[in-house]
Ligand binder design. Sequence first.
Ligand code: SF4
Length: 356
Amino acid sequence: MTDFAALADRVLEGERLTERDARSILCTPDHELLDLVMAAGRIRRAHFGNRVKLNYLVNLKSGLCPENCHYCSQALGSAAQILKYSWLAPDEAVRQAEAGIGGGAARVCLVASGRGPMDRDIDRVSDIAVALKDRHPAVEVCACLGLLTDGQAERLRGAGVDAYNHNINTAESFHEQIVQTHTYADRVTTIGRAKDAGLSPCSGLIVGMGESPEQIVEAVFALRALESDSIPINFLVPFDGTPMQGRWHLTPAQCLRIVALVRFACPASEVRLAGGREVHLRSLQGLALHIANSIFLGDYLTAQGQAALDDLAMIRDNGFVPEGADRELATAGAPARATAPAARLRGAGTAVPPNA
Ligand code: SF4
């Protein structure tokens, strides 16, 4: 049995998680899961207190991507029934972003499908970033536009973009099995370009694609080595029409172990519950918030999330507050759920089938 409390003490004192520790976290038996959450929660609170950072995704360009990432509904060959459109007009992008800001988002993520941006795409995103910074100086802007070429990161930084997201997604040893149109090294190069330009590196994972526990550890330790400031953890949403259709490998408990592993390995990084949290963590989403300090508000790029008001209620119910909650938020003070109780009108005493 691993003494997670002692392990958290060591991590809080600056010791680095070992591979053995990491493997033991991923093997935590169900009856010790709460001990793991409590220990990881201490690390979370030491770095982020009771704050939850809300990020808001704006999909600037959806689908029509020439790359073949097998997990992605927007990829070449994907028959997933998703929205497909080319670049949003800048004022429409700002309008969409402001919906998230009004809902409490402290960071807006401007995302576009594709292998990487052309120089004119950098201009478009720069214009959007300038407009957002002008109207909402306290809100962070992150761009996620694929592989960057020389000088593009610097131009984004010059326009006021704060961060750049480019996920490594998985272990180097598994990467070729999930995409063949670019390499793991290509991804790492882009993260380096963003970092060198002064953009805060955001890079994370997709789990549940068929990777082994050892490969999850490999990927998490790679993120630690990359010094990713924020680490989104995506739980595979296996859209019909993609090569990963039907791949439902994760359990809520295993998702929780993975989130805890990232927290222990990268104690000071923002750990973000990302796509698929609702369908994979299910009723354990609230517990996961005690480990992660950030979520995406509302919907994802191509998948629908739970209602944004339910996200905010979940944060409040678990004793946390959205980061920047001192700003005037459209949803501030909204009751968790002010719906009247519904009388039972099915089952015993009725001719309607019971709720079972
Ligand atoms: S993950 Fe990005 S690069 Fe890969 S297919 Fe999807 S949109 Fe294209």
